[in-house]
Write a protein that binds this ligand. Structure first.
Ligand SMILES: [Zn+2]
Ligand SMILES: [Zn+2]
Length: 653
């Protein structure tokens, strides 16, 4: 007999050799039905394994279902094998590459003569449905390396052969079979194909073998799978909503920005309306920073290579920087960061302990190399403006300063309507310390200081090993948008290294030179990415304080034109951004157009409104609010703008 310890610490005895599915059945038939894999722990090692795995010794065992992240992974991995099996049935010549589960779904890469069409995807889905109906048991088998190569060679699967050849001699290679289909795979998998309850193929895209542009282009089919039809449907609706909110699509429709192949990929052109939103965000940013004792500085876009050697970027950040520019025989580089510039300014005079902290903010445009394949709208670009700041402070001020930055970050996120966020403490990868600059002891104290500030503020956080930048650990805040998706928000880095490398000092109370500490931080990240995120968060419907046009006046006929322009002038004089739609179009058409433009308020004026000196107010998403005086409307709108209210306060009676 062996003893199995379950997650609730209860123990059960079973005959040696029982499989995990047998244990699940013993616990309950419902669990046995929803079980997808087992997680066993013995001798301090944890492993996810097939339900058919036999247990031969005492272990800790958790039965995984679709509710568990690892369980979902197994479930979707099996769905990817069903996809591959279906493709092989329909295109026997297709060569298989890899097919993993990914966040929210799975994919499989195929080498085929011509790209898959939407009709092909439908045919594949039908075949997958059949394979699920056939309910083939999924079984594991093993071969030694040479036999495995021979096996895949016989099937003409050259990518599989290449994968196996990359493994070590003597290794045991595992395969999974279902019906006529066998695939090289580590597993684990569902016990049978019939266990997949709901799936959908989503899209197809070109992908290079091993992500290498010099290698063959494969066809990657993306799909997802759920353990019930309702959840699958909800997921598909979420995807459609995300598509509807895509900032690249809305950016074009709302005339916010563009990117030009002629100008170069990954470089953003801000149109008047996008430029206006950006300026409003920047003005708000500056004023909130001044309130908190920041000074605003400006620095150049390029500097001599030597400066980047001193800072360490040359050695540690070279892959992210562009090649040098020759000016009068001296090499310069575009800046990937603003930090060394602020240090040069720090060094222009002797600093006393009384001068610190210095908080210097800059909306600094930086340039970083990104491969063309990863560029994405405003989110992954090659030139962007960081809302950067560097705080130079004494060691005894670090805690206070860190807390101030975290609180500012929270305030900024909430001001833009991001009420949910997660805090991550990004520390070194203890296994790869050579990836980081500076001494280990310094790193440890920096990591401790960041944790302490978060603890003091009573904020919960996750520790992410290996996520720190090369020069220091950081607090990274990930915000959740209206669709529940995570976005990179504020980052706060603590740095003892750059002050050392540039040998910057301050004169302490004791008259001696001391080393200041540097805090690098951004709260929005970059103007580009932040705006891209904001467009998707609001689905393009900016709150009135950020809307490029806050009010649109719609005269019903030509008779009300004079009055419409009169009202517009009055609102403009109060600083409200207003347009008049004086085209000779039907009022219904003008209203629909205003809705497409996502204008917060439309004021309809007809003869009655002219007579009574009123406007008929329509609020975005809410509709008709009835007629009111122009003065009354403008006062309420100004209050809404001033409060930076995310919703309409006019509708709240
Ligand atoms: Zn696999
Ligand atoms: Zn910096």
């Amino acid at each position: 007999m062996i003893t199995i310890t379950l997650p609730d610490n209860s123990k059960r005895e079973y005959p040696e050799g029982i499989d995990i599915l047998g244990v699940a059945k013993d616990i309950g038939s419902r669990l046995a039905k929803s079980a997808v894999a087992g997680k066993i722990k013995s001798d301090g090692k944890e492993e996810i394994v097939d339900l058919r795995t036999r247990l031969n010794k005492d272990v800790e065992l958790a039965i995984l279902t679709f509710e568990d992240k690892e369980g979902r992974h197994v479930y979707r991995h099996t769905a990817s094998h069903i996809l591959a099996q279906a493709v092989k049935r329909l295109w026997p010549d297709a060569k298989l590459a890899i097919g993993p589960a990914i966040e929210d779904g799975f994919y499989y890469d195929f080498d085929v003569k011509k790209p898959f069409t939407p009709e092909d995807l439908e045919a594949i889905e039908k075949e997958m449905e059949k394979i699920i109906q056939e309910d083939h048991p999924v079984t594991r088998s093993e071969l030694v390396l040479d036999a495995a190569i021979k096996f895949e060679n016989e099937k003409n699967e050259k990518y599989k052969v290449e994968l196996i050849e990359g493994l070590e001699e003597g290794e045991i290679i595992s395969f999974y079979s279902q019906g006529e289909f066998t695939d090289l795979c580590e597993g684990p998998h569902l016990p049978s194909t019939g266990r997949v309850k709901a799936f959908k193929l989503l899209s197809v895209a070109g992908a290079y073998w091993r992500g290498d542009e010099t290698k063959p282009m494969l066809q990657r089919i993306y799909g997802t799978a759920y353990d019930d039809k309702k959840s699958l449907q909800a997921h598909i609706e979420r995807l459609e909503e995300a598509k509807r909110r895509d900032h690249r699509k809305l950016g074009k429709e709302l005339d916010l920005f563009s990117i030009h192949e002629e100008g170069g990929p990954g470089l953003i052109y801000w149109h008047p309306k996008g430029g206006l939103v950006r300026q409003l965000i920047e003005d708000f940013w500056r004023s909130e920073h001044r309130k908190r004792g920041y000074d605003i500085v400006y620095s150049p876009h390029i500097a001599k290579v030597d400066l980047w050697k001193t800072s360490g970027h040359w050695d540690w950040y070279k892959d992210d920087m562009y090649s040098t520019i020759d000016i009068d025989g001296v090499e310069y580089m575009l800046k990937p960061m603003n930090c060394p510039f602020h240090i040069l300014m720090y060094q222009t005079r002797t600093r006393s302990y009384r001068d610190l902290p210095l908080r210097w903010g800059e909306l600094g445009t930086v340039y970083r190399y990104e491969r063309s394949g990863v560029l994405h709208g405003l989110l992954r670009v090659r030139g962007f403006t960081q809302d950067d700041a560097h705080i130079f402070c004494r060691p005894d001020q670090v805690d206070q300063e860190l807390k101030g930055v975290v609180q500012l970050a929270q305030f900024m996120m909430e001001s833009f309507g991001y009420s949910e966020y997660e805090i991550h403490l990004s520390v070194r990868d203890p296994e790869n310390q050579e990836k980081y600059i500076g001494e280990s002891a310094i790193w440890e104290s920096a990591e401790k200081a960041l944790a302490l500030a978060l603890d003091d503020l009573g904020l919960p956080y996750h520790v992410d090993e290996g996520e720190a930048k090369f020069y220091g650990p950081a607090i990274d805040i990930k915000v959740k948008d209206a669709l529940g998706r995570g976005w990179q928000g504020p980052t706060i880095q603590l740095d003892f290294n750059l002050p050392e490398r540039f040998d910057i000092t301050y004169i302490g109370e004791d008259g001696q030179e001391h080393r200041p500490v540097m805090i690098h931080r951004t709260v929005l990240g970059s103007m580009e990415r932040f705006l891209g995120g904001l467009v998707e968060h609001y689905a393009g419907a900016f709150p009135s304080w950020l809307a490029p046009v806050q009010v649109k006046i719609l005269p019903i006929t030509d008779r009300q034109h004079d009055y419409a322009f009169e009202v517009a002038e009055l609102l403009k004089s109060k600083g409200i951004r207003v347009e008049v739609d004086d085209r000779s179009e039907k009022i219904g058409y003008k209203i629909r157009q205003g809705e497409t433009e996502k204008i917060p308020y439309m004021l309809v004026v007809g003869d009655r409104e002219v007579e009574n000196g009123q406007v008929a107010v329509r609020a975005r998403r809410v509709g008709d609010l009835g007629s009111q005086g122009v003065q009354e409307f403008s006062e309420k709108l100004l209050e809404e703008i001033q409060k930076r209210s995310v919703g309409s306060i006019l509708t709240a009676k």
